[in-house]
Each structure stands twice: as structure tokens, then as C-alpha cells.
Design a protein around this ligand. Structure first.
Ligand code: MF3
Ligand code: CO
Length: 254
């Protein structure tokens, strides 16, 4: 069922989103050559708890997952697209790091992700990240009251494809509110004018995932990490937004 939030509920989601944005900011500041993904997870756990919030990924188990999610963050390095588990792996010069974070504050969820390169960057990785950010911006811009859900998918997909990069198959965004994953599912490619009409009070997590190679993926042995099938590097960025009378409102900014 699609939940429509009141203006005061959106104000609470804004505060949850702020916690997520502050956490991602702190994690990016801490990310450096030699720092382990587990250390980044500890930074996130600290920022979230100091804000009086709870991490939403920790122990999360969708029906499709083999085990409950073991950490606060998803930390996806290089060919890991999403859902990378923060291990003892230490960040190396030139790594493309994607960090996904969710938090619950006063019962409301925020969900966002950033991608960046640590140390000396391959210009092709920077182009990939910029294209992923452009696809997110295009999706947000299409999230207008009165438009259709398919307009957002179309905007993300055409922007991503125009960049010439791959787009991870079968993955997309989602409704969000009291639960991290609510209806509707938001495909990262689709046809304009199709799907449900966007109404003020609908909150969505928009999350394009682009690759420097093809669209195919495989699960790693940990049952969670999704790697590109061809080993190419990938980027993932995400914001939680709300449809309002005045247009899209981004909730996961500081
Ligand atoms: N942004 C991701 C998603 O919507 C976060 C989920 S990670 C999980 O799928 F561990 F919580 F599943
Ligand atoms: Co999400």
C-alpha cells in the first residue's frame, strides 16, 4: 500500500534525513587510504546514536536475503555495486567507494547513498560518479506533483543511458516512510506517462546504480554484496525525497 504523509510527518522525515546526511558526511571525511570499512561503520554507528536515531540496515532481513544484514552501512568498493558488507578491508589509493546509510528517527526513515574516490582518481571513475549523480538529479527533477511514477524512471534511465555507462539490471528505488521499503517500487528505467500518479505526501528513495561495463550482476559469497558480472567499477547515489505541491523536496541533505 502506498502511504501518503502529512506535512508534519514529512517534517519528521526531514529530520531523519538530516541524520543520514550528517552520517554520510562524517563517513566521507573519515574515509582515507588505510582506513578499514569496519572503521567507517563505527563512525556511522556513533553519529547515528549521538543523534538519538537507530540504524535501519542493521539486522534488516528482506525475504530474499539469506541472513540479517550485519552492519550499519553498506560499503561497496570498486566492482561492488551495492550492499557491500563493511569488512576489515582497508581502503587503497584510487578506490571507488559507495556508502549507503539508513537511519530511523522517531519512527521515520531516511535512506541515502554517496559515491567518491579516495586518493588518486581514475578520470573514468569520476565521470561514472558524475553520470550517476546526474541520473539522480534527473529523477528528482521529474518527481513533480501530477506527473507519473514512470516519468521518474524514464528520467533516470534516459539520463543514465545517455552517459554511455551500464545500468544495474533489476534494481531501483522505493517508497519510504515508517518502513525503509514501502510501495511503490521505482524502476531505474521505464516509460514516461506510465504508473501511479505522483501526489503530494508521497516519499521516495531514488537510487541509480551505474557501471563502467554491462548491466549484469552476481551475488558475492557473503550473500549480500552485489558485484558487476564483468568486474567493472560501479557507482550508486541515493536521496530520499518527497513530492510536495511546490515540487520535489530532498530530505537527505544537511
Ligand atoms: N538503500 C538500500 C536499499 O534500499 C539499503 C538497503 S541495505 C539493507 O536497498 F541491508 F538494509 F538491506
Ligand atoms: Co534505498
Amino acid at each position: 500500500m502506498v502511504e501518503i504523509k502529512t506535512e508534519s510527518e514529512l517534517a519528521m522525515m526531514r529530520e531523519a534525513g538530516r541524520v543520514v546526511a550528517n552520517t554520510l558526511h562524517a563517513v566521507k571525511e573519515a574515509a582515507a587510504i588505510g582506513v578499514s570499512l569496519r572503521e567507517l561503520d563505527e563512525v556511522a554507528a556513533h553519529v547515528i546514536s549521538e543523534a538519538g536515531a537507530k540504524p535501519s540496515f542493521l539486522h534488516y532481513q528482506p525475504r530474499s536475503a539469506p541472513t540479517p544484514y550485519p552492519n550499519v552501512l553498506c560499503a561497496s568498493v570498486n566492482d561492488v555495486v551495492v550492499h557491500g558488507i563493511p569488512t576489515a578491508y582497508r581502503i587503497q589509493d584510487g578506490d571507488l567507494v559507495s556508502i549507503d546509510c539508513g537511519a530511523i528517527l522517531d519512527g521515520w526513515n531516511g535512506d541515502a547513498a554517496i559515491s567518491f574516490v579516495v586518493g588518486h582518481a581514475d578520470p573514468r571513475d569520476l565521470a561514472l560518479i558524475e553520470a550517476t549523480e546526474r541520473a539522480l538529479a534527473a529523477g528528482i527533477a521529474a518527481a513533480q506533483p501530477g506527473a507519473k511514477l514512470g516519468d521518474i524512471s524514464y528520467a533516470i534511465g534516459t539520463s543514465g543511458r545517455a552517459s554511455g555507462f551500464g545500468m544495474l539490471e533489476d534494481h531501483g528505488g522505493h517508497g519510504i516512510g515508517r518502513a525503509m521499503h514501502e510501495d511503490p517500487h521505482l524502476a531505474n528505467e521505464g516509460r514516461a506517462g506510465r504508473g501511479m500518479r505522483l501526489k503530494p505526501g508521497l516519499a521516495l528513495a531514488i537510487e541509480p546504480m551505474l557501471t563502467r561495463g554491462g548491466d549484469a550482476y552476481r551475488y558475492a559469497d557473503d550473500g549480500w554484496s552485489i558485484r558487476t558480472a564483468d568486474g567493472s567499477r560501479a557507482a550508486h547515489v541515493e536521496h530520499t525525497i518527497a513530492i510536495t505541491e511546490d515540487g520535489p523536496r530532498v530530505l537527505t541533505v544537511r
